[in-house]
Every structure is written in C-alpha cells, then in structure tokens.
Ligand binder design. Structure first.
Ligand code: AQP
Length: 331
C-alpha cells in the first residue's frame, strides 16, 4: 500500500519554488487517490528565533494556502505537527540511533549555521525530527524538492537501522521528485541558488500572496545574462531558463514551445509575458487564500479534525515502537 507523507514549514506565505517544486505534486498525488498525509511542521519553525504572534498567524495562513492550492481536507489529512505528540516521542527514540558526525555533514545545516556564533541544537538535529515525521506514518513515498535529498537519506538510514535492531517496522521511504528542473526553482536574484524563503532579498522570490504589481516588478528585476535571446539552457543560462521554466509551469506549455513562441523577442519584453502568465495562474489561488483567511473557524476546525485523524495512525506506530524498544512493560 502506498502511503504519502510530506511537510511544509509555516514560515509565512509560500513561494513558487515550494508551490511548483512540491505542493503541486502533493495535489496530484491526492487526486490520483493515494492515501496522503500533509503536515504543517511548526516544530521545525522554532529552530531559529521566531515571533509567537506571527507563528500562530502563519499556521492558519499555511492551512489556507494548502487548501487554496488544492489540498482537500476530505481527501488528505492536513494537520499541525505539534498537535500530534508522537512526533517528538519517536524523534527521541531515533535520535539515539543518529550520530553527530552524520548530521554535521549535511549541506543545509552547514549553510544555515555558517553565520551563527552559537548553533541551536534544534537546528542541528532537526533532520531526525523530519525522519520521525515520515516514519511515524510508515510512509512509503515522500514528495519533496531537491534540497531535501540528503534529509531523505537520513530517514532511510534510520528506518533501516531501527528495523535491523528491533525487527521490521518501517518501510524505507522513497523520495518522489518530478524528475525535472522544477525540483529546484531558482532565485530571481541569484539564479545559481534555489529560490528560498530565508533569502534576505524579497525580490528573489515570488510568493503566492504577491499582487500582480509585485509580480511584474520582481520579474522585471530578475537577473538574466547579456544575451537577449530567449532560450532554455539551464546549465549555461540559468536566469532566463528559470523564467522559461516558470512560464512553462504556469501555462502547461513545454519549454520548447515557449522558446519557439518567444523567437525574436528580447528578454526585457519576454519578462512581461512571464509575469502575465504567472499572474493569471496565481490569481485564483491568491483570491482563495484571502477568502479562506476570513474563515478562521473553518481553518481551526480543519486542523483539529486533521490532528485527530493523524493521531490515530501515529499512536498505532508509537505503540509498536515502544513495545519493540522495550519501553512497554506490560508483557
Ligand atoms: N526552490 C525550490 N524549488 C523546488 N522546491 C523547493 N522547496 C523549497 N524550495 C524549493 C520544497 O518546498 C517544500 C516545502 O519547503 P519547506 O518550507 O519545508 O522547506 P524549506 O526548504 O525550508 O523552504 P525554503 O523556502 O527553501 O526555506 P529555507 O530558505 O528556510 O531553506 C520542500 O519539499 C522543499 O523541498
């Protein structure tokens, strides 16, 4: 049986990297009739300093965003991670199987800790919590962007180690990626890097809640190169290729079709086309997010029901784990 799990941090509005790279896939997996569990991973969001007032608002914003993107609470379980206590409990068991050496080599950890004088332990160990999130539902498949590849390997290793030591408990979770460039939507300011919500420059990313004016402004200012033709060559021309890719994802046309249509157009003129396509694609989502944000009661109820349903599966796994580890003395 296929069991899909994935998570997103409630750190403000999501950007089109999260959307095209992950959330769209979440929706199609749901619509294909799979068992899908999607978590708003709030415990992951407190590994770096945060504001409690904003975090609360962001959890509701993320709930609205997921629903607006097409996650249907009747088909998928949508829930807030901290409401299901077994995540942190399984995390503790798995942390005893993890090593400092392994975690300290992870690129995302190195990047995020590079500018910190003193590194919070949570930032260091959060891939183990992520592994617990996945394994708690005995997930078989995890749709994520390319940046999560190494973290998925941690989850796979921990599943194997636990199974070897205590008997077959967890399937090895497989990464699902779209298999193309969308796994890594690039920053509009530094096309060598991925689009990311923690980048200081807000012009580097387009958020689902951006207005048409903001989208035009950001695309116009996006960094391309000195060649004016529109071509799709991600290796050598990452800036303009990222725009072609976004255009393709927003319209359903292939990158080849788009380049053929843009023949003779310079990148300046072409940017306006890309902005228009993104505006048209994102408009219904933005409007739906706004509408849902006015229904806080509905969002809260959705999260409560989601937590109840997730807890049911979490408890089954947790009972099995404490029994196997020897923490359950009723034998
Ligand atoms: N640029 C991207 N292209 C494709 N997929 C991406 N994802 C993130 N950035 C890109 C995928 O989005 C999912 C949810 O992201 P998250 O909030 O859990 O993770 P994140 O990596 O913290 O998001 P950011 O924006 O990249 O934040 P920072 O700047 O903190 O690193 C994940 O499946 C992720 O792969």
């Amino acid at each position: 049986e296929t069991r899909i799990f994935s998570g997103v941090q409630p750190t403000g509005a999501i950007h089109i990297g999260n959307y095209f790279g992950a959330i769209e896939k979440w929706v199609s997996l749901q619509d294909e009739g799979n068992r899908t569990i999607y978590s708003i991973v709030d415990l992951h969001s407190i590994t770096l300093p945060q504001d409690p007032f904003e975090l609360r608002a962001n959890i509701l914003l993320m709930t609205a965003t997921l629903i607006a993107c097409g996650i249907d609470p009747k088909k998928s379980i949508i829930f807030q991670q901290s409401k299901v206590h077994q995540h942190t409990e399984l995390f503790w068991v798995l942390s005893s199987l993890s090593t400092m050496a392994r975690l300290s080599h992870l690129p995302q950890y190195k990047e995020k800790s590079a500018n910190l004088k003193d590194v919070p332990l949570g930032l260091f160990i959060y891939p183990v919590l992520q592994a617990a999130d996945i394994l708690l539902y005995r997930s078989t498949h995890v749709p994520v962007g390319e940046d999560q590849e190494q973290h998925m390997q941690i989850a796979q290793t921990l599943a194997r180690q636990f199974n070897n030591r205590f008997g077959l408990t967890f399937p090895s979770p497989q990464t699902i990626m779209a298999g193309d460039e969308r796994n890594r939507i690039r920053s509009l300011r530094e096309p060598g890097k991925k689009m990311s919500k923690s980048h200081q420059d807000a012009k580097s990313r387009i958020q689902l809640t951006d207005t048409p004016e903001q989208i035009v402004e950001k695309i116009k200012k996006s960094v391309t190169d000195h060649t004016s033709a529109v071509t799709y060559e991600p290796e050598t021309r990452p800036g303009v290729s990222n725009l072609v890719l976004l255009h393709s994802l927003a319209t359903g046309k292939t990158c080849e079709e788009i380049c053929a249509e843009a023949k003779g157009m310079d990148t300046g003129r072409y940017k306006l086309e890309v902005a228009d396509a993104l505006i048209a694609h994102l408009k219904p989502i933005r409007e739906e997010i706004e509408r849902l944000q006015n229904s806080a009661d509905f969002l809260q109820e959705t999260l409560e029901r989601g937590a109840e349903r997730a807890s049911f599966y979490a408890e089954l796994t947790w009972r099995d784990v404490i029994d196997k580890v020897g923490l359950d003395i009723k034998h």
